[in-house]
Design a protein around this ligand. Structure first.
Ligand code: ADP
Ligand code: ADP
Length: 218
């Protein structure tokens, strides 16, 4: 599903923060990536999610070599990856209600009508009551907002999910609920997962295998 091959990536032509890293996630596989803070995990996650262009190396997604990153990647490729970040407040447009937030990717897929019903189902599966869906990000807790962000990521039926410290800000019960939501989706759709974090215990429980970062080519 995902093949990162000898990826080097950094910021503004500075010293690379990811150096010559290779990583593969098979179809339907769940791979964890652990490592200390600042080692480049988020950067690699952004490369995997087509949000950050590597300085060297290649990214293959579903057998296709990725050439354009961020807004330049073909729409079908972009919507085949769902991303959840650590801090939902940085990842949510403060002007949108949670209902609008969950439906956000529908516009990017051109499948608005088809996905409208699915947005309502996902909101329910994420444990968000109707009254919460009318609120905006500043009117809900981090946990409630992250529930909406996970629902948003699942909306276009991605074949790969990239979760970057998805539960780092959450309490134990919200963590369990969101891991269960992602796992239910993966079981139904055979989607792959790249879960990035610092909590080895959680990742060992969640993933088929866990890789230490930075890792030698695999
Ligand atoms: P991790 O997720 O393992 O904590 P990151 O990928 O977030 O690591 O960061 C790796 C390094 O890249 C850090 O030294 C960080 O300061 C730097 N970095 C991260 N994001 C940016 C950015 N947008 N601009 C410049 N440097 C950044
Ligand atoms: P970086 O993280 O170093 O900015 P990216 O891989 O994210 O590199 O960006 C790749 C290309 O996508 C860049 O050449 C940039 O011009 C373009 N790009 C980034 N953001 C936008 C945007 N909001 N709209 C259109 N093009 C964008």
């Amino acid at each position: 599903m995902l093949e990162l091959s000898r990826v080097t990536a950094g910021y503004h032509r500075g010293t690379p923060v990811v150096r010559d890293v290779s990583l593969t996630v098979a179809d339907g596989e769940a791979v964890g990536l652990v490592g200390p803070s600042g080692c480049g995990k988020s950067t690699l996650a952004r490369v995997a999610a087509l949000l950050h262009r590597p300085d060297a190396g290649t990214v293959r997604l579903g057998g296709q070599t990725v050439r354009g990153f961020r807004f330049r990647a073909p729409r079908a490729l972009r919507t085949s990856v769902g991303v959840v970040f650590q801090q939902p407040r940085l990842a949510a447009d403060p002007r949108l209600t949670l209902r609008e937030l969950i439906a956000e990717p529908a516009a990017a897929t051109g499948r608005t009508r088809e996905l409208a019903g699915r947005a309502a189902e996902l909101a329910e599966a994420a444990g968000l009551a109707e009254s919460l869906l009318r609120r905006r990000p500043h009117e809900v807790s981090d946990g409630q907002l992250q529930r909406a962000c996970v629902a948003r990521a699942l909306l276009p039926r991605p074949r790969l999910l990239v979760c970057d410290e998805m539960t780092a800000m959450l309490d134990a019960s919200t963590t369990a609920a969101l891991v269960a939501l992602v796992e239910r989706y993966r079981a139904e759709h055979g989607a792959a997962l790249l879960a990035v974090g610092h909590d080895r215990v959680l990742l060992d429980r969640w993933c088929d295998r866990v890789t230490e970062f930075p890792s030698p080519a695999d």
